[in-house]
Ligand binder design. Structure first.
Ligand code: SAM
Length: 270
């Protein structure tokens, strides 16, 4: 089972490697943005982590991509950040950003499920989300990793796409079930040989043909169950009408915002 999951993760990682070009293209503007004190975290994230400076020496970002959000955690108040991602190119791009800024940051290229034990109990904050959880095929092991990376009383913060968004048709001009992904409770892994998301499919200059990527949705029941089981106390949970990216470009805002599109969780390691 674990071998099969590692293979799926590896294939997804190769696909993200190809997508890293998008992140490389924005290195210069991201560096300027961060140098000017910019913070790429969204409004609910900045509000919930408003007092970060008072309790966070080390923030660990799982699935950090090109590191813009990781480095924004420094702006938000963390003293040191560690970014982890399975894509070599993403990590190389993140390192170029932090080297330019001489930021207190370090980077690890590995599967989330294989983060080195040397990082155990080092995090005051474990930050993740905005397109992270659906790529993880084993949420129980994910929760165990998150737990071991945090010091006792350390906090997990997740700001992620709402699981309900999984079932809506991204091409429709109204709220309508997706023709295939139309069951909130499905355990099915989807993806295969093309990027399922319109945002990435629109990047015509990327050579994404023949890549395989695998994603699935996790319900709130599944997420909360593993977090409580591995030893977290739930501190905060909320839902928001704002998507974290423009995946429903044809649905009028007035209709779109009647449904939740993102959520946040703050949980404390016992
Ligand atoms: C949508 S991005 C997350 C993006 C980040 N929130 C941002 O806005 O830049 C997803 C990231 O997860 C990484 N990833 C996917 N599966 C992974 C795994 N099993 N272990 C580590 N990283 C993974 C990908 O390489 C990619 O950089």
């Amino acid at each position: 089972m674990r071998n099969k999951i590692s293979t799926l993760h590896r294939e997804t990682g190769v696909a993200w490697d190809a997508t890293a070009k998008l992140y490389e293209d924005s290195e210069k503007s991201d560096i300027e943005f961060l140098r000017d004190g910019g913070n790429n975290l969204m409004e609910p994230e900045q509000r919930i982590l408003a007092d970060l400076e008072t309790w966070c020496n080390c923030a660990i970002h799982l699935q950090c991509a090109g590191g813009k959000d990781t480095l924004s955690l420094l702006t938000q108040g963390a003293k040191e950040v560690i970014g982890i991602d399975i894509s070599q190119r993403m990590i190389a791009s993140a390192k170029r950003r932090s080297d330019s800024l001489q930021a207190n940051a370090s980077w690890y290229c590995c599967d989330v499920l294989d983060v080195p034990k040397s990082l155990d109990a080092t995090g005051d904050l474990l930050y993740t989300g905005r397109g992270a959880l659906p790529w993880i095929m084993d949420i129980q092991t994910w929760a165990e990793v998150v737990h071991r990376l945090l010091r006792p009383k350390g906090k997990l913060f997740v700001f992620e796409g709402h699981p309900l968004d999984w079932i809506w048709d991204t091409n429709a001009s109204d709220i309508r079930f997706h023709v295939e992904r139309n069951n909130y409770f499905t355990e099915k892994i989807v993806g295969g040989e093309r990027w399922p998301f319109p945002f990435l499919a629109r990047q015509e200059d990327l050579e994404l043909a023949n890549l395989r990527m695998h994603e699935r949705q996790w319900t709130f029941g599944q997420i909360f169950e593993v977090l409580l089981n591995v030893g977290f106390n739930l501190v905060h949970f909320d839902e928001y009408p704002v998507p974290y990216w423009d995946q429903f470009p044809n649905i009028p805002k007035e209709i779109l915002t009647r449904l939740p599109h993102t959520f946040s969780i703050l949980a404390e390691r016992k």
